[in-house]
Write a protein that binds this ligand. Structure first.
Ligand SMILES: Nc1ncnc2c1ncn2[C@@H]1O[C@H](COP(=O)(O)OP(=O)(O)OP(=O)(O)O)[C@@H](O)[C@H]1O
Ligand SMILES: [Mg+2]
Length: 353
């Protein structure tokens, strides 16, 4: 009769190609259940996004099926707990956010005001100032950084940590990398905070001068979780010029202040439009919202970004304006915002020195 010992011995022949140890030694075999020749193996992987998941399941089925007396094999996959991982892999020095000098979270009171556009182009503008920059898309509802940067690969997991993707000279991580296709997202609060914590703590961010975080819109749970999970984060509030947008931003400002989170500045987006060759600024969404907010709250206005077809196209094509046309008028606005942030010492070049 087949025993759990036989199954375990068979599983020792399966070696994780990255960790170079077998599944049993890696303590990935959590449970072996045998009922009348039907074998059920529960595997605990380092992460459920483990690129080897399918292969491991196939390998387990293959080696177990070869044992005499086995009628069927079932494999259940789960992920190791934080404690299990910590025991197995003593902390890698580049894992997590310990060596990140500054955190900038881009927030807004409501959706669609250009938060992600600002996060992406501001991150690139900071990278042009010779800073080591990372970009974290923490928008659980609609992660759009993969599209805006033309990145669809799934990050690799290695030794219990996730390797960020790299493009345009930045390290990038997004909720979107772990979602199949355009699947709608329904995240429950605890799952959001758990995943966010993983994207901060389990990613090999390494030495960064600044990690720019694209927050979900509004003042809901995910924004609060992110803000609370990040030590000494500075928030950049994005608004459009009209009064209705300001009402939401005011609410968000109050929320961050209540939580003692520093607001580094305000960025007014879609401030004006320059039509054709004329130099005349057409203020489609009204004017002065950012300045009004700045005056009443005492928060500096970092810059006003025009409506620019190049920004929209850059967002759709995966090649952001700040990469493609950094010397354009709009590019200069982003450079100005980045320099202002540096001069306000929201960011400095500590890690680069
Ligand atoms: N200044 C601008 N000029 C032209 N298009 C812009 C500008 N800012 C943003 N857009 C476009 O507006 C759309 C919404 O922008 P974006 O996705 O950055 O907003 P968001 O606040 O992140 O939205 P969400 O709340 O859904 O995350 C995008 O198609 C983007 O390309
Ligand atoms: Mg967005």
């Amino acid at each position: 009769m087949i025993s759990a010992f036989d199954v375990k011995e068979a599983l020792k022949t399966i070696v994780d190609p990255e960790l170079k140890r077998n599944l049993v030694d890696l303590k990935m075999v959590r449970d072996i259940d045998i009922q009348d020749g039907h074998v059920k193996v529960t595997l605990a992987l380092t992460t459920l996004g483990c690129p080897m998941k399918k292969k491991f399941v196939e390998n387990v089925k293959e080696v177990v099926a070869k044992l005499p007396g086995v009628k069927s094999t079932e494999v259940e996959v789960t992920a190791m707990s934080r404690e299990e991982l910590d025991k197995l892999f003593p902390k890698h020095p580049l894992k997590g956010i310990e060596r990140v000098s500054h955190f900038v979270a881009v927030a807004s009171g409501k959706g669609g005001v250009g938060k992600t556009t600002v996060a992406v182009n501001l991150a690139l503008a900071l990278a042009r100032e010779n800073l080591n920059v990372g970009l974290l898309d923490a928008d659980v509802y609609g992660p759009s950084i993969p599209t805006m940067l033309g990145l669809m690969d799934r990050p690799r997991a290695e030794s219990g940590m996730l390797l960020p993707l790299e493009k345009f000279g930045m390290k990038i991580m997004s909720f979107g990398f772990f979602i199949e296709g355009k699947q709608a997202l329904i995240w429950r609060g605890p799952l959001v905070s758990k995943t966010l914590k993983q994207l901060l703590d389990d990613v090999m961010w390494g030495d960064l001068d600044c990690l720019v975080v694209d927050l979900p819109p509004g003042t809901g749970d995910p924004s609060i979780t992110v803000a609370q999970s990040i030590p000494s984060v500075s928030v950049v509030m994005v608004t459009t010029p009209q009064e209705v947008a300001l009402a939401d931003v005011r609410k968000a400002v109050c929320m961050f202040r209540d939580m003692n989170i520093r607001i580094a500045g305000i960025v007014e987006n879609m401030s004006y439009f320059i039509h054709g060759d004329s130099e005349e600024r057409i203020e489609i969404f009204g004017s002065g919202g950012g300045a009004t907010l700045s005056r009443e709250s005492g928060i500096p206005l970092l810059g006003s970004i025009p409506i620019d077809l190049g920004l929209r196209k850059g967002g759709d094509s995966g090649i952001p304006l700040m990469y493609d046309a950094p010397n354009s008028d709009t590019g200069e606005v982003f450079k100005g915002i980045a320099r202002k942030m540096i001069s306000l010492s929201a960011i400095s070049r500590k890690a680069v020195a």
